[in-house]
Design a protein around this ligand. Structure first.
Ligand code: CP
Length: 323
């Protein structure tokens, strides 16, 4: 439900299990370890990669996915409570993934559920599995340079007030040591103070600024985010900030170190008035955005295997691919 439920050892264990999922995610082998299990994939807000990768991850472990997409497709639209919905749907599923526009809604649902519930994003609050896949990606990118996960520098850019991915990632980083963070946003869209306090309590160095170019110098990771227009009172208010920070090849080449890694939780807003991460960086070797999405499959497979207690049996139920 929240990254606050994890300790450092949990992260190491999830990542170790995620590493073992590579042959299945690459379709080099199949496993039927979750045959007969049902995932209830309930998305009450738009999603491409979280919803589909949860579903694919469960399928790749041999399980079956049942989806509910959009409030209008469920009896929530008729005034049914989250409590009743959880009581009913947890009778049909072995695990439930849920995204909902209200902060705290997934925890409320989980309290009534009879099966484990995974938070696929609750309003502006948290997106724990995104933070796990982001951190898994950071680990892999740093390892590729002979570095460890502690003691790195990251600039987070954009709508840090409403961005649930950066909220979860910052909280997760509190489990690690000596991270230097540069938090880049318009003052009105700054990272919530409670998150900044947690980072400082963890001993991390935090710089807060509204200047893009100097912030991407001397960092290992640039983590760009979209203006979360769906969280604003009006489109006009969101439009005041869209396009404020644009990272493109020229700016990156001029201001960042050449081996800096570029991340974004996606979706990036590709419309001309926003375009926070330009497509002219698409072929840049440092662009890790699609490595992030691939890693999401591994991390979500690991979570399902661990939640259902089969992480040590995945290989036992494996067989070579036949197609
Ligand atoms: N990163 C992410 O949550 O993407 P989707 O909204 O497409 O699931």
């Amino acid at each position: 439900l929240s990254v606050s439920q994890f300790e450092r050892g949990d992260i190491d264990r999830i990542f170790a299990v995620a590493d073992t999922m590579v042959p299945y995610a690459r379709r080099e082998k199949v496993t039927r370890v979750l045959e007969g299990a049902i995932l209830g994939n309930m998305f009450f807000e738009p999603s491409t990669r979280t919803r589909v990768s949860f579903g694919c991850a469960f399928n790749l472990l041999g399980g079956t996915v049942r989806e509910t997409v959009g409030v209008s497709a469920s009896s929530l639209a008729k005034g049914e409570s989250l409590y009743d919905t959880a009581r009913v749907l947890s009778g049909y599923s072995d695990v439930i993934c849920m995204r909902h526009p209200q902060s705290g809604s997934v925890a409320e649902f989980a309290a009534a559920s009879r099966v484990p519930v995974v938070n696929g994003g609750d309003g502006a609050n948290e997106h724990p599995t995104q933070a796990l896949l982001d951190l898994y990606t950071i680990r892999k990118e740093l390892e590729g340079k002979g570095r460890a996960l502690d003691n790195f520098r990251i600039a987070m850019i954009g709508d840090l007030k409403h961005g649930r991915t950066v909220h979860s990632l910052c909280k997760l980083l509190c489990l690690f040591e000596k991270v230097q963070l540069v938090l880049v946003s318009p003052g009105e869209l700054a990272m919530p103070e409670v998150v900044v306090e947690k980072l400082r309590e963890a001993g991390h160095q935090v710089t807060i600024t509204d200047q893009l170019e100097p912030s991407i110098k001397h960092v290992d990771i640039v983590y760009s985010t979209r203006i979360q227009e769906e969280r604003f009172e009006s489109q006009a208010e969101a439009d005041r900030y869209r396009g404020r920070f644009r990272l493109n090849r020229d700016i990156f080449t001029l201001h960042a170190e050449p081996n800096t890694v570029i991340m974004h939780p996606l979706p990036r807003d590709s419309r001309a008035e926003a375009n926070e991460l330009d497509s002219d960086l698409n072929e840049h070797p440092g662009l890790a955005i699609f490595r992030q999405t691939d890693n999401g499959l591994l991390v979500r497979m690991a979570l399902f295997a661990m939640l259902l207690g089969v992480e040590d049996k995945v290989a036992q139920y494996a067989r070579p691919i036949t197609w």
